[in-house]
Design a protein around this ligand. Structure first.
Ligand code: PGA
Length: 258
């Protein structure tokens, strides 16, 4: 049975002491709760080691926000999957729409990043989602299908089992416009069907598909109550302790039996 997952994507926010305070507050907020929900924090690169140290004694997972598609070498400013693995970083967001848009990351590059992470036993959190024009033109399913096929469908079954997906409609990210629970469910069910057609029922059933895009303390419960929504990738609301803890509580409340 899939457990719920809540991931905080801190993006390029906070100085070190603010980040440390937030991380400690969240770790303390969940430490005695014995949650089934997996909580993962994705800080900027320089703060990863602070988080992995904290994670040794608290029930938080740690993820990066990006990695290089290259193994190593003369790529100034880049961070490799093997470096992340050497810091015990177990997750990495890949293909966030901000990376696709501002850094012109292509599907081919994203597929290579996924390969690098799997090679170094780090779980990719692969983001997909349509632009507002694509939704208006009713091309949202086609867009998401292409992103998944080009970024992930080269993987073998045993590799695909390590993938977490995050459906983030671009028009909902940081805008305060959230997909309705029905819109999220419709897309998540579509994604699960695609996975089923390629990798079979069991893998499709077990794949975690998160929703992201203006998910907050108010709407999380409705979104996470949908049968194919397995939790959230949270941006803005993950920077506020109370909001993020409330979102984790919503995930725990909607945890499935079994
Ligand atoms: P948001 O961001 O929650 O601020 O909309 C989500 C994300 O970009 O992962």
């Amino acid at each position: 049975m899939r457990n719920k997952v809540v991931i905080g994507n801190w993006k390029m926010n906070q100085n070190f002491s603010e980040a440390e305070e937030l991380a400690i507050d969240i770790a303390e907020g969940i430490e005695d709760l014995n949650l089934k929900t997996e909580v993962i924090l994705c800080p900027p690169f320089p703060y990863l080691e602070m988080l992995t140290d904290l994670a040794e004694e608290s029930p938080i997972g740690v993820g990066a926000q990006n990695c290089s598609e290259h193994e190593n070498g003369a790529y100034t400013g880049e961070v490799s999957a093997s470096m992340l693995a050497s810091l015990d970083v177990n997750f990495c967001i890949i293909g966030h729409s901000e990376r696709r848009k501002y850094f012109k990351e292509t599907d081919a590059q994203l597929a290579e990043k996924v390969n690098q992470l799997l090679k170094h036993e780090t779980c990719p959190v692969f983001c997909i989602g349509e632009l507002i024009e694509e939704r208006k033109a009713e091309k949202h399913f086609e867009t998401v299908e292409n992103q998944i096929k080009q970024g992930l469908f080269h993987l073998k079954s045993e590799e695909f089992e390590s993938i977490v997906l995050a459906y983030e409609p671009v028009w909902a990210i940081g805008t305060g416009l959230t997909a309705t629970p029905e819109q999220a469910q419709e897309m998540h069910a579509f994604i699960r069907k695609l996975i089923e057609a390629k990798y079979g029922t069991e893998i499709a059933y077990n794949t975690i598909i998160l929703y992201g895009g203006s998910c907050n303390a108010k709407n999380a419960l409705d979104l996470f109550s949908q049968p194919d929504v397995d939790g959230g990738l949270i941006g803005g609301a993950s920077l506020k302790k109370e909001d993020f803890l409330a979102i984790i509580e919503a995930a725990e409340t909607t945890q499935r039996e079994g």
